[in-house]
Write a protein that binds this ligand. Structure first.
Ligand code: C2E
Ligand code: MG
Ligand code: MG
Ligand code: MG
Length: 290
């Protein structure tokens, strides 16, 4: 009898596994088709220069309008894209779409801004990454100075090929930003080797800002370090007036966060670009966009 129930259990277990791998396969197929079925789209979140209130760039952030599940955020499908390798075609689609959009904004006469695109570690490890980006820039006609590449620190560690690739992109005229700064183990030696334009301070650091002066001191130290290496600093995930005031005190250059604006559809970005003073009132205080 125990043998019987044992074999039943085994049966149950394999059925379960089959069901799981079937679901996984289904998800992969759905994601693969999402590109061709036009279910992926980009939102754009403004990056605002603190001293002037002008929009200097927008970060492209991917979304998936799933036919059954509704709107999905990157955390819902980027891990699957990375596991399955679909991040490679999806990443290329993101880059092309963002560059096309930025070129279209410039062609319709808006003041030129940068578009920032997140690159997954897997993309950065592709030997043909530089050729792919060069090709997209050529096809879309976007001047490289208006493209910013965002990468995270961990991909640089012990990877000279990736570091060389970043140098090539920089030499082509792109801007390079280090994303999620302050979340991992930071080795200043890596920072010196990378031709960065900016550090993006992670939201978790910004969230620490309170009335406590020590946070201001830490922020000041990071910004001093960055400026001695000639990097600009952008604070990510800024939501409150208190955070903004602190960042102003320590001369942080750029701000991205819900305080100014959530990620928006391209047509809403256009509304902002039509009014160069979107984020400034006459009293020199900032206003929320949406
Ligand atoms: P990230 O590159 O660090 O992007 C910033 C994330 O913070 C975005 O989340 C943005 O919506 C969110 N955020 C910005 N300001 C605030 C704020 O004031 N408060 C709060 N609570 N959140 C804020 P999102 O769009 O969900 O993206 C999450 C992550 O997914 C991104 O983090 C990036 O690592 C990844 N991702 C997004 N789009 C792409 C893409 O096209 N390719 C790749 N490889 N990764 C992407
Ligand atoms: Mg980013
Ligand atoms: Mg980030
Ligand atoms: Mg992040």
């Amino acid at each position: 009898r125990s043998k019987e129930s044992g074999s039943n259990q085994f049966q149950f277990y394999t059925d379960d596994l089959n069901k799981q791998s079937l679901e996984y396969l289904e998800k992969e197929t759905e994601l693969r088709q999402a590109i061709t079925k036009n279910e992926l789209f980009l939102c754009y979140q403004p990056q605002v220069k603190l001293t002037t209130g002008e929009i200097v760039a927008v970060e492209a952030l991917i979304r998936w309008q799933h036919p059954k599940k509704g709107l999905l955020l990157p955390m819902d499908f980027i891990p699957l894209a990375e596991e399955t390798g679909l991040i490679i075609p999806i990443g290329e689609w993101v880059l092309r779409t963002a560059c096309l959009q930025n070129k279209a904004w410039q062609d319709s006469g808006f003041p030129p801004i940068r578009v920032a695109v997140n690159l997954a570690n897997q993309q950065l490890k592709q030997p043909d990454l530089v050729a792919m980006i060069r090709n997209v820039l050529q096809e879309t006609g976007l001047d490289p100075q208006y493209l910013e590449i965002e990468l995270t620190e961990n991909v640089l560690i012990n990877n000279i090929e990736v570091i060389n690739r970043i140098h090539e992109l920089k030499e082509m005229g792109m801007q390079i930003a280090l994303d999620d700064f302050g979340t991992g183990y930071t080795n200043i030696n890596y920072l010196k080797q990378i031709p960065l334009n900016s550090l993006k301070l992670d939201k978790s650091i910004i969230d620490n800002i309170d009335s406590n002066r020590s946070d201001e001191v830490i922020m000041q130290a990071i910004i001093a370090m960055a400026s001695s290496l000639n990097f600009e600093v952008l604070a990510e995930g800024v939501e409150t007036q208190k955070q903004l005031d602190c960042l102003k005190t320590v001369n942080c250059e750029n701000i991205q966060g819900f305080y100014f604006s959530k990620p928006l559809l391209s047509q809403d970005i256009e509304e902002l670009l039509k009014k160069p003073d979107s984020f400034k009132t006459q009293e020199n205080t900032y206003i929320k966009a949406v």
